[in-house]
Design a protein around this ligand. Structure first.
Ligand SMILES: Nc1ncnc2c1ncn2[C@@H]1O[C@H](COP(=O)(O)OP(=O)(O)OP(=O)(O)O)[C@@H](O)[C@H]1O
Ligand SMILES: O=C(O)c1ccc[n+]([C@@H]2O[C@H](COP(=O)([O-])O)[C@@H](O)[C@H]2O)c1
Length: 207
């Protein structure tokens, strides 16, 4: 049985915060691999401000170097955009893998807007990772009105593969204030430089 964590995201761009929380999660959940699902397009986000998928994926590969993190654009391959569909496709493609969905506390605040969010929680256990500025609000998130009864103690964490979903665990690692919004604010043209690096490496590989 392979233990896989799933961290879906825009990764616009990937940053050290993603890497840090992922490394903590790999250890805490004893994961064989943590897959970063670099989204072709978050259904709730404006595509205008989104760098091309290949540039975001390249930033994810850079951040994941030398770890058990596996950046993927598997939602493109599966032709899914909604997490509920991605999970169904992954579970049927990898029937012997055990999956756990990871998300930062900011995503829990929006979770009730996701398509079939209760169904997502019925499909896989969920680990919510504390994030500076969002934790108090996350405890009061609309989705928590329903999810609260399924919260598991951290003491039982290693046993997550035996949890029968819905099951939710709240994880606190060293708080990491990094965010893609801040990076874009400081460097609005990050993707242009990144795109030229992607093009360059493609040319180098094909030459
Ligand atoms: N510093 C962090 N601490 C905890 N969770 C994080 C952190 N950074 C990102 N995440 C989580 O990682 C997942 C993917 O994040 P995403 O790619 O949206 O990055 P982001 O920094 O939140 O981007 P943006 O600022 O554009 O919203 C989400 O579940 C998000 O909550
Ligand atoms: O399925 C949905 O309705 C849905 C709505 C919003 C976000 N998501 C997923 O949530 C993950 C985090 O997205 P983001 O843009 O906040 O990094 C990513 O995998 C998205 O596809 C999914």
């Amino acid at each position: 049985m392979t233990r896989i964590g799933l961290l879906g995201g825009s990764f616009n761009p990937a940053h050290g915060g993603h890497r840090a929380i992922s490394l903590f999660a790999i250890r805490a959940l004893e994961l064989d691999e943590l897959w970063w699902l670099v989204s072709p397009g978050n259904p709730l986000k404006d595509p205008e401000s989104m760098a091309p998928l290949e540039v975001r994926l390249a930033s994810a590969r850079t951040q994941a170097r030398g770890t058990r993190i596996r950046p993927t654009a598997i939602e493109t391959e599966l032709d899914t955009r909604y997490t509920v569909d991605t999970l169904a496709a992954l579970k049927s493609r990898y029937p012997s893998h055990k999956f756990i969905w990871l998300m930062g506390a900011d995503n829990l605040l929006q979770f009730h807007h996701w398509r079939a969010w209760r169904e997502i929680a019925r499909r896989v256990p969920i680990a919510v990772i504390a994030r500076p500025g969002y934790n108090r609000a996350a405890h009061a998130a609309p989705a928590m009105g329903w999810l609260r009864r399924f919260v598991r103690p951290v003491a039982d964490l290693r046993n997550w593969t035996n949890w029968r979903p819905p099951a939710l665990v709240l994880l606190r690692f060293v708080p990491d204030p990094r965010s893609a919004t801040r990076i874009r604010q400081a460097d609005p043209h990050w993707h242009r430089r990144a795109l030229s690096r992607v093009d360059l490496s493609r040319r180098t590989h094909s030459s």
